[in-house]
Design a protein around this ligand. Structure first.
Ligand code: UDP
Length: 324
């Protein structure tokens, strides 16, 4: 059992990881400013409402318990928004993280699991993408995550802060038994938008069908959010056992096109998804698929829910409960 501070634990991936860690017997405290996350995502008594920009509050929290490690999710996450509000993204994602890292140093917390993103690769030369691929973000969001990765690399070398960096591909699905799932406001992610289209009859827009892929739509590597949670637990175990810093892709290694995701959603729900073809979305690379062999080989991780239909079924279950 370890004492873990989870920043952003009221958000989608953070909440699933928090529930997973509690089930494993860890003692978890969540720090979240509730700007995007939800109080109802955090089990009773675990939430501290605070902003990463509030250094005195961070110091007080870190002084209140001897945390063994921090898992740092809290960040702004919308690629399109980051293009419009670059300064806000660097402020939140970089300045907020530096504040956290300074508070951790002061409190003597020397281990961190950090949420990074496949967006650090930009438009890759080839897929599947290994961790050694060139890092060329094409959005302020991707750049903000890369800046933190770079800082963590130097802090590892210079001050012994050990990190596990997980570069997420496309998180989806839900732990509907635990009552948690994807609830972004506004929703921009494909799978919840497909359900919304089914429920409202308003067609979802497919962002381009003229890419150089088999059916012309973008290909992504969808990973169940509970499998992402278990990747965090594996990274944490590695650090707690005294393992060295490392960077891992977190995806299944399977690619699915937007059209294939729509077909899967129709199979699972038994409903037609109304959709129309629209323009390409800025910053969307044609194909992002992880080479996830490093995570599998070095941390012994394996997805428990590797099948896209099962991922969508869990998301549909959550969505259906939410809509009564
Ligand atoms: N997508 C789409 N229509 C939408 C939302 C998403 O066609 O309304 C596509 C998007 O272009 C991408 C894939 O679905 O190829 C997954 O997008 P999402 O926003 O869910 O995740 P991202 O890849 O941006 O992390």
């Amino acid at each position: 059992m370890a004492r873990i501070l989870v920043t952003g634990g009221a958000g989608y991936i953070g909440a699933h990881t928090t529930h997973h860690l509690l089930r494993l017997g860890h003692d978890v405290t969540v720090a979240d400013d509730l700007s995007k996350g939800y109080r109802h995502n955090v089990p009773d008594g675990r939430l501290q409402v605070l902003s990463l920009h509030d250094r005195p509050a961070l110091d007080a929290l870190l002084a209140s318990a001897r945390f063994d490690a921090v898992i740092h999710f809290a960040a702004s996450i919308a690629v399109g928004e980051s293009v419009r509000e670059a300064e806000a993204y660097f402020h939140n994602n970089v300045a907020g993280t530096l504040n956290l890292l300074a508070a951790m140093r002061q409190a003597g917390v020397r281990k961190i699991v950090f949420s990074s993103t496949a967006a650090v690769y930009g438009d890759p030369d080839s897929v599947p993408i290994p961790e050694t691929a060139p890092l060329r973000p094409v959005s302020p969001y991707g750049e903000s995550k890369l800046m933190v990765e770079t800082a963590l690399g130097w802090m590892d070398r210079c001050s012994g802060l050990r990190h596990i960096i997980l570069r997420y591909f496309n998180a989806c699905g839900a732990d509907s038994q635990a009552g948690i799932g994807e609830e972004h406001q506004p929703e921009t992610h494909l799978i919840p938008l497909l359900f919304q289209a089914i429920r409202t009859g308003n067609p979802v827009t497919v962002f381009g069908d003229d890419y150089a892929t088999a059916d012309g739509t973008c290909i992504r590597d969808y990973i169940h959010v509970c499998d992402l949670a278990s990747a965090h637990a594996a990274g944490l175990d590695h650090l707690l056992a005294g393992g060295p810093s490392a960077i891992f892709n977190a995806g299944t290694g399977e690619g699915h096109s937007v059209r294939q995701v729509i077909e899967a959603a129709e199979r699972i729900t038994g409903e037609k998804v109304p959709w129309v073809i629209g323009a390409r979305r800025d910053g969307d690379p044609p194909e992002l698929v992880a080479d996830s062999s490093k995570l599998r080989n070095q941390l012994g991780w394996k997805p428990a829910i590797p099948d896209l239909d099962d991922m969508i079924a869990s998301a549909w279950d959550f969505d259906s409960r939410k809509h009564g």
